[in-house]
Design a protein around this ligand. Structure first.
Ligand SMILES: NC(=O)c1ccc[n+]([C@@H]2O[C@H](COP(=O)([O-])OP(=O)(O)OC[C@H]3O[C@@H](n4cnc5c(N)ncnc54)[C@H](O)[C@@H]3O)[C@@H](O)[C@H]2O)c1
Length: 378
């Protein structure tokens, strides 16, 4: 039986462990904090019991999965691992330190991977004496439900270990996409305008939040509008991702965070979890009704879509991923109703370019610069 080591039994680590054990792997799930492993075990048992109640799994299957996961607090358990995935706190120094320790425990053939969302995989790999065995394997939350996994070779990665790891994750029933080690990889980069352009439209008072959410769900077919979604994610989390992508791209204006969201963070209005974000979730608060004028709605939808399509196009142009990968990433990673390049083609690349050029002429802001990939196609 193949053995997976997982470091960090939090939200991501326990989800990854569940995925692997469901697919017949033996898992060593290790956390520095023993309480975290107890919580992870209880939570997982509960999740699996619900699967039995719903008739999706048998008792024997659940026992099998639980029996294949060992919960512990010592990394010594990684001795027999074929692959170790780290899913601990998002901190470069701590990640580098634990990988050094792990390298001293595992076999020379063991592949090492980080689940980081925002740190440089290449920089983490540089802490190892053999950086060629290191790569990024980026799952989405919750891992057992989200089918997309981004595979991120470090600059130093041996291509054969990357292929090997990709085929392991494919065999767990995931859609894997290859991405260059650049800020936000694919999904967290390409999705930025969904939030930022919607917030800009709101800041300019073109429309209120209820209207923009209505536009994106009812006219656009997205599962949640940007304001409902960021309230759900938490503004502390969403703002931090935006800020870190912006900083990591050397303050490219395209990714500039917004004052509207910063103010929410400053006020502690973090979204659903604090009872207030863009919306107020207090008892008896009546939600405002959207303006459902179709003409204005389409204008808003196309402005946000043009920005998303441009970001997807530029991600391909910059060689971060293939055309096919960006389509899979956004439909499987964040459930977009359509691949963005396909959407762009349907609307007409010439129309998207004209829309962005008009926005650029009006604002003279970097965020509206058209990707050469799009311009080359008209
Ligand atoms: N939460 C998400 O939506 C999400 C999605 C994709 C990737 N990620 C990435 O996955 C990683 C983990 O995120 P999370 O949301 O699961 O965090 P989390 O806070 O839920 O869990 C982290 C766990 O790591 C443990 N830990 C911390 N330092 C440790 C150490 N030195 N040794 C062993 N265990 C240690 C903590 O006790 C905790 O249980 C981060 O790098 C994050 O960027 C998170």
């Amino acid at each position: 039986m193949s053995v997976l080591g997982v470091l960090g039994a939090g939200a991501m680590g326990s989800g990854i462990a569940q995925d692997a054990a469901t697919n017949g792997w033996e898992v060593q799930l290790i956390d520095i904090n023993e309480e975290a492993t107890v919580t992870a075990r209880n939570k997982l048992q509960k999740i699996l019991n619900r699967q039995v109640e719903k008739g999706r799994m048998s008792d024997t299957e659940v026992k099998g999965i639980m029996g294949r996961i060992y919960f512990g607090s010592s990394m010594k358990a990684f001795e027999t691992a074929d692959l170790v995935i780290e899913a601990i706190i998002e901190n470069m120094d701590i990640k580098k330190k634990v990988f050094k320790t792990i390298e001293g425990i595992v076999s020379p053939e063991c592949i090492l991977a980080t689940n980081t969302s925002s740190l440089s995989v290449t920089q983490i790999a540089a802490s190892l004496s053999n950086p060629s065995r290191m790569m990024g394997i980026h799952f989405f939350n919750p891992a057992p439900l989200m089918k997309l996994v981004e595979i991120i070779p470090a600059l130093q990665s041996d291509p054969t270990i990357v292929l090997k790891a990709q085929s392991i994750i494919d065999n767990w029933g995931k859609y894997t996409v290859l991405a260059k080690d650049t800020p936000g990889f694919i999904v967290n980069k390409v999705a930025r305008p969904f939030y930022s352009e919607s917030i800009k439209i709101y800041e300019e008072e073109v429309a209120d939040i209820a209207t923009i959410d209505w536009v994106m769900t009812e006219l656009g077919g997205f599962r949640m509008g940007p304001f409902t979604l960021t309230d759900y994610i938490g503004h502390d989390v969403n703002y931090k991702v935006t800020e870190s992508v912006w900083q990591a791209f050397y303050y490219d204006g395209r990714y500039k965070p917004s004052f509207a969201q910063k103010s929410l963070v400053d006020a502690g209005y973090l979204g659903r979890k604090t009872g207030r974000g863009f919306y107020n979730y207090g008892e008896g608060v009546v939600k405002s009704e959207p303006n459902t004028n179709a003409e204005t709605g389409i204008k808003i939808l196309h402005r946000v879509l043009a920005m998303l399509i441009n970001e997807a196009a530029d991600t391909v142009y910059m060689g971060i991923c293939s055309e096919e990968a960006v389509e899979i990433a956004m439909t499987k990673g964040v459930n977009y109703p359509k691949g963005l390049l396909t959407w762009g083609k349907e609307l007409g690349y010439d129309y998207i370019v004209k829309l962005l050029d008009d926005l650029y002429d009006r604002y003279h802001e970097e965020r509206y610069r058209v990707s050469p990939w799009l311009r080359d196609r008209i």
